[in-house]
Ligand binder design. Structure first.
Ligand SMILES: C[S@@+](CC[C@H](N)C(=O)[O-])C[C@H]1O[C@@H](n2cnc3c(N)ncnc32)[C@H](O)[C@@H]1O
Length: 293
């Protein structure tokens, strides 16, 4: 099995699945060298989309268009510079450091936040400003209020060496791959052209998720059930799927998921847990990857 990678992700995205790449590759080992069309339906910070086998033509989708816009912006910058990763990286680094100089530069952060919110109100979005804000926000989170304003406090952080390393890795991987970014709901996306669909929805069984993208009832039990129907549909059409979720969340069993999973194959993502111990574990959550091939 390939070495497990850290949660390295240019966006420090909650729920990043790059660390589970070895499990994905072990399931898809017969297809790694093939030219497949693959949909990463809930791509979030793109850590997975930019790490999948290089032969795969990947469509990376997420309903959060502002994050997708940042991906597209960075990708376009690479295309404009004919794949010169160093150049694009240096330009982004200069931009971030111009606005927020260090982990004490609260004024720089607040000024950028004000300017960004005015720009958005006037219909001008500058994704690189959004990226600079995220590098300095509280816990590197992404959050907007209901009027679409960025409203996070300064996180006493900046585009530090660790963020720089992650961004560089992300740009290098992006430059080597054929990725198309889209922003649609999983409910409307057409899956007919894909050989494999990777489904990594929010985990929110019984409202227990703390991820920002789950706030204000963003993801409900019914949404989870609908992703299960979607997997069944893909299976009945002869397509492959890889699905992430939790069988137990903070001690609460997800019984619908458990019985649904019996029709497919389950990989336990915590190496200390297996099928027979899952129900007896005193660990609070049991994360799994369920697949049909
Ligand atoms: C667990 S995160 C995905 C993390 C991602 N796979 C990664 O490795 O970085 C779940 C994502 O689902 C997205 N999402 C929520 N509702 C959605 C919907 N109806 N359709 C598509 N994406 C949605 C959220 O914006 C969030 O980015």
């Amino acid at each position: 099995m390939t070495k497990r990678r850290k949660r390295e992700c240019a966006f420090n995205f909650t729920g990043s699945k790059r660390q589970f790449l070895p499990e994905i590759l072990s399931v898809a080992k017969d297809y790694i060298a093939q030219d497949l069309n693959v949909l990463d339906m809930f791509c979030g910070g793109g850590s997975l989309s930019t790490s999948l086998p290089i032969n795969w033509k990947v469509t990376a989708n997420d309903i959060e268009y502002r994050v997708v816009d940042v991906h597209k912006y960075f990708q376009q910058a690479l295309i404009n510079r004919e794949g010169d990763v160093e150049y694009v990286f240096d330009a982004i680094k200069k931009h971030c450091h111009f606005h927020v100089k260090d982990n004490k530069d609260e004024k720089g952060y607040e000024d950028l936040k004000t300017a960004h919110n005015i720009n958005v109100k006037n219909g001008n979005t500058f994704p690189v400003d959004l990226y600079a804000l995220l590098c300095s926000s509280n816990s590197n989170r992404l959050r907007w209020n209901s009027s679409g304003e960025w409203n996070l406090q300064f996180g006493k952080r900046y585009f530090n060496p660790s963020m720089q390393k992650s961004l560089l890795g992300y740009l290098e991987r992006m430059a080597e791959r054929d990725i198309t970014f889209t922003s649609e709901s999983f409910r409307t996306i057409d899956c007919k052209d894909y050989d494999i669909v990777i489904i990594d929805p929010p985990y929110s069984y019984d409202g227990k998720s703390t991820a920002v993208y789950n706030e204000n009832g963003g993801w409900q039990y019914k949404d989870m059930i609908d992703t299960l129907f979607l997997c069944d549909k893909l299976d009945s059409e002869g397509k492959k799927f890889i699905y992430f979720n939790e069988l137990i969340t903070k001690g609460e069993p997800n019984t619908s998921l458990m019985s649904w999973a019996n029709s497919y194959k389950t990989i336990y993502l915590d190496s200390d847990i297996n099928e027979s111990s899952a129900n007896r574990t005193n660990k609070k959550s049991v994360e799994v990857m369920i697949h049909n091939f």
